[in-house]
Design a protein around this ligand. Structure first.
Ligand SMILES: [Fe+2]
Length: 207
């Protein structure tokens, strides 16, 4: 006879942090970002400037992003070290263009910022449970999909929203099904502070 009384507990989880930073984004900044010189990436367009948040024109946005990273470090990661932005770049996905699956190397937490209007239907960000070849593919039936088995999780970005997620999470962007360009900023981070313990000879000071 099979058990009818049982429980399933979650062991670990991945976090997507979402916050509205519209208060920190001005019309001039939107124009400044849209006027960046763009170059062709693989399928989409990427800004020539890959350190956008370092520009003085971006100060209030950079500050708001730092605030979100501070919350993520403290509340999601539970650490005292500081996350800071390394590279930051703007992206344009023209009509029909998405972004293939990838993850972000040499970064701890990555983020996206949707700094201006997003045309409907908004191309979603799709997070993949796996980041490597799957020899066996188990596909749950629709009515049995849950956090333990879902192969994908989908986020629909909103205007003014910043998303933060672990850099190793595989993700892709759906093709832009609208006649208008889809604008975003992406960024990577690293950590500064002290890890480990001096007496344990595991100390690592990251400046
Ligand atoms: Fe990405």
């Amino acid at each position: 006879m099979s058990a009818t009384d049982y429980e399933v507990q979650a062991l670990f989880a991945e976090a997507i942090f979402r916050a509205d930073i519209g208060h920190a984004i001005s019309g001039e900044q939107v124009e400044y970002i849209k006027n960046q010189k763009m170059v062709r990436n693989q399928v989409n367009l990427i800004s020539e400037n890959l350190y956008l948040f370092d520009e003085p024109e971006m100060a209030s946005i950079s500050e708001a992003i730092q605030g979100a990273l501070d919350l993520y470090a403290r509340e999601v990661m539970g650490i005292t070290q500081q996350l800071y932005v390394t590279q930051s770049w703007s992206l344009i996905n023209e009509p029909e263009v998405g972004m293939h699956g990838h993850s972000h190397s040499n970064s701890i937490v990555s983020g996206s910022l949707y700094y201006c209007d997003l045309a409907e239907p908004v191309a979603k960000m799709v997070f993949d449970r796996h980041n490597s070849y799957q020899r066996l593919e188990f596909v749950p039936t629709n009515d049995k999909t849950n956090i333990y088995n879902a192969p994908f999780n989908v986020i629909t970005p909103h205007k003014n929203e910043v998303l933060l997620f672990p850099s190793g999470l595989q993700h892709f962007v759906e093709p832009n099904q609208t006649p208008l360009p889809r604008h975003s900023i992406a960024f990577n981070t690293f950590v500064r502070g002290k890890l480990g313990d001096q007496r344990d000879v595991s100390e690592l000071v990251l400046k």
